[in-house]
Design a binder for this molecule. Structure first.
Ligand code: SF4
Length: 371
């Protein structure tokens, strides 16, 4: 009897939520809170979509979403959030979104377990409702007055948010005026994630990154001057054996000029279905070995003159230490430079001192995937 009373008390909210949806994309940086972040898709896919190593949005056209549609999505999140809070109140949980609240609603409608919008809002609120990540690849491509309108609506509607973050491209940042970036920052966007990959102009052309190193520096410095917290991602191994030295030296040069808050390492793995993978299969790309990548890393780190945090927060930073464990820790805060630079260089020396066969080689990973 008690069970059916519970069902009736929550049925109205559950049925309402089951009919609602908003746009959620696939990709977000690992450092953005896992399921603790609310994901909101304010554009779809990548407006550039030509980088030869990138498989993320290939075959999917870019969509510039209207401000009205995005605001409607934010309102939908608010309705789901309010219904969950109401159920919590009825259960005597004081408005807190606990596991018991989720279980009670799933008992009424088990199909909510497959409802990605419900799950996203539930996990976000369960974690305190603090952070949101705006998808997809280049949010700053939105006209400044439009993204400002979206941000103001987001902050005004979902008031528990303390941090809002997004991806963008260096090229797009370089095109924006400093005043525009400042206005976007003030409207409530806190952190930007940018795929730098390399600071070498020849390599940027080869991989069709669509930006020059001068534009990377201009865009990055403007983002910092506007007050964003900036994460720049670079790609060890991108130059292969042919261009490792210029890749390392120029990446250090560009990152030093920008001095972002975070520098994050994402070693190259050619992905099936990309132009770069075809180049690799045809024998036109020579992948560097684990020791060669460490030499490249050493050169890059030696050239860095920054106050950034340098991070290896991805499982492809898989070099081993003498004991067989990971050489670098893979947490999101990484190593503080310049203080910890000598320590990182010491770790690199350790990685180079052990037999190369004890490291994971990208070539072997690709061969295993082909089995
Ligand atoms: S800009 Fe980013 S998302 Fe777009 S193709 Fe290049 S790497 Fe991929």
């Amino acid at each position: 009897m008690a069970f059916s009373t519970g069902n009736n008390k929550y049925r109205e909210s559950t049925e309402k939520i089951a009919k609602l949806s908003f746009a959620v994309g696939v990709y977000r940086p690992p450092s953005e809170g896992g399921s603790a972040s609310l994901l909101l898709r304010i554009t779809e896919n990548c407006p550039w979509n030509k980088c030869t190593f990138c498989e993320m949005y290939k075959g999917h056209p870019f969509v510039y979403r209207s401000v009205e549609d995005i605001k409607a999505d934010i309102d939908t999140v608010k309705v789901i959030s309010d219904e969950l809070t109401a159920v919590s109140g009825k259960m005597g949980q004081g408005g807190l979104i606990t596991r018991e609240v989720g279980m009670a609603m799933l008992r009424v409608d088990p199909s909510l377990n497959d409802n990605y919008c419900f799950i996203t809002v539930f996990n976000w609120l369960h974690s305190g409702g603090k952070t949101a990540f705006l998808q997809d690849a280049d949010s700053m491509i939105m006209r400044p007055h439009e993204i400002i309108e979206v941000l103001k609506h987001l902050r005004g509607t979902l008031k528990t948010l303390t941090r809002v973050t997004s991806y963008t491209r260096s090229k797009t940042l370089a095109r924006r005026k400093l005043e525009e970036l400042k206005a976007i920052r003030e409207a409530g966007l806190d952190r930007l994630h940018v795929g730098l990959e390399t600071g070498d102009d020849e390599l940027l052309r080869i991989v069709h990154k669509g930006v020059t190193s001068a534009e990377q520096i201009d865009g990055g410095k403007k983002a910092m001057a506007a007050g964003f917290q900036l994460s720049e991602y670079w790609m060890p191994g991108l130059g292969g054996r042919e261009r490792w030295r210029q890749h390392a030296e120029n990446t250090a040069r560009v990152l030093t000029a920008i001095n972002p808050d975070y520098i994050r390492s994402r070693p190259l793995v050619p992905r099936r279905g990309t132009p770069m993978f075809e180049e690799y299969e045809r024998g036109r790309l020579t992948l560097s070995s684990p020791h060669e990548r460490l030499e490249e890393l050493r050169l890059m780190i030696e050239g860095l003159n920054v106050t950034s945090r340098v991070c290896f927060d991805h499982n492809m930073n898989s070099w081993r230490n003498r004991l067989g464990g990971l050489l670098f820790h893979q947490d999101y805060e990484g190593y503080k430079f310049p203080e910890e630079r000598p320590f990182v260089l010491e770790l690199i020396r350790e990685g180079l001192s052990i037999d190369e066969s004890r490291h994971i080689d990208v070539k072997n990973l690709i061969a295993m995937e082909s089995l």
